[in-house]
Ligand binder design. Structure first.
Ligand code: 9MR
Length: 377
């Protein structure tokens, strides 16, 4: 198999089982001491950091950030600053944090993360404007008795106020998050119940009006696998494009579990990008049952390697983001009993083989691109 970059077909021995062996056993590919910094970047990131390597192939590599850990854990802060070129607030741009009491905004936690990103030459993925989860209690209590017009006005105000507050500071916004069920039907959220499916197009239009330069994304999980959900998301964004709705991209969350195998992600990224959309992997992690065996960790390494390769192989895949980087801060154990170890650093923030796999995959792509030239932007 080969890795296709803009320069053309470049044959590398980095796919599948070979990648697992390479990532764990091979010496690190040679990296020039002073790679060119990406435009606008002022960073002391080492040449073999993920962000330095990714910048050599024009890819942004990101992480979700837990702002409590950022404030309290200096090792966490250092890794967040030096390894990644984009950040996504894991929770602090969600509606329940932003507007805990109706009309009283709490911007400070997200403002602090945006400031951190600016200090470290990082871009920000805004997450997320319209979702069925993490809504403020005042809204879930009031929504059932609101008229559609009242609820539409509340949603429009939320989107307009939040996007306006961060105007000019957000690279990509996850405008609508997780609107589908796994069978491809629309999720029965308060938005669908009261506003009908048109809430999705409206959300994109309102976000665009508030910040015309931000890239606007539809974001979901399990659309990495071809099937009813991926097909439904495809039909949705195809219709939105046809109707002139301002959508720029689709985010593939990519929460994998070793027991379910690998998705046909590259094909899915490719077919969405063929609609004239950018694509991104937005929340990558690869969980497994605990304790982790060598076989399971090999599968996790394969999961990280192949998902990054899929992004590298599709020119319109503009960013690859992990959903946190340290197992000690992962959302997984609280949601999936008996599972975990989903991240690229362990509980002590020591890099795991999963980290090395990403590093190695980027180094190989950078080496290939150096020979062939080209850029994904
Ligand atoms: O990682 C987030 C966790 O801290 C929150 O408790 C949880 C609440 O729903 O949301 C997690 O992040 C989710 C993201 O916003 C959307 N995709 C799925 C992520 C993992 O659940």
């Amino acid at each position: 198999m080969s890795l296709r970059l803009r320069a053309g077909l470049i044959t590398t021995a980095v796919v599948g089982a070979g990648a697992v062996i390479l990532a764990q056993g091979a010496a690190f590919a040679s990296v020039p001491a002073t790679p060119p910094a990406a435009p606008g970047h002022q960073t002391s990131a080492p040449a073999d950091s993920l962000r330095s390597l990714a910048s050599r192939v024009g890819l942004r590599i990101g992480t979700a950030v837990n702002t409590d850990a950022l404030a309290s854990d200096s090792d966490y802060r250092s890794i967040a600053a030096t390894q990644f070129s984009t950040v996504t607030p894991e929770n602090v741009m969600k509606w329940d944090t932003i507007e805990p009491t109706q009309g009283a905004y709490n911007w400070a936690p997200a403002d602090q993360l945006v400031a951190f990103a600016q200090q470290n030459g990082q871009l920000v993925r805004g997450h997320t404007l319209v979702w069925h989860n993490q809504l403020p209690a005042w809204l879930t209590a009031a929504a059932p008795s609101m008229t559609p017009d009242q609820l539409r006005a509340v949603l429009k105000k939320h989107i307009t106020d939040e996007v306006t507050h961060f105007k000019g500071k957000i690279w990509q916004w996850d405008v609508v998050n997780e609107a589908f069920n796994d069978d491809g039907t629309l999720r029965d959220s308060i938005w669908l119940q009261k506003l009908g499916p048109g809430y999705i197009a409206d959300a994109f239009r309102w976000a665009h009006a508030a910040d015309p330069k931000a890239l606007l994304f539809y974001n979901d999980y399990n659309i990495e696998f071809t099937g009813p959900k991926s097909n439904a998301a495809y039909s949705l964004v195809q219709q939105l494009k046809a109707q002139g709705v301002p959508i720029d991209g689709v985010g593939f969350q990519t929460h994998l579990d070793t027991q379910y195998g690998l998705p046909d992600l590259q094909n899915n990224l490719q077919r969405f990008s063929a609609l004239g959309l950018k694509v991104a992997e937005t929340e990558v992690d690869v969980r497994t049952t605990l304790p982790v065996t060598a076989v399971e960790q090999n599968a996790q390494v394969g999961g990280y390697t192949s998902t990054l390769q899929a992004c590298l192989a599709v020119r319109d895949c503009i960013s690859y983001t992990v959903w946190g980087f340290g197992d000690g801060y992962s959302w997984v154990p609280a949601v999936f009993a008996g599972e975990g170890a989903a991240d690229i650093y362990d509980e002590n923030l020591q890099p795991k083989a999963e980290y090395t796999a990403l590093q190695q995959t980027l180094a190989l792509a950078a080496g290939a691109q150096q020979r062939g030239g080209g850029d994904r932007h």
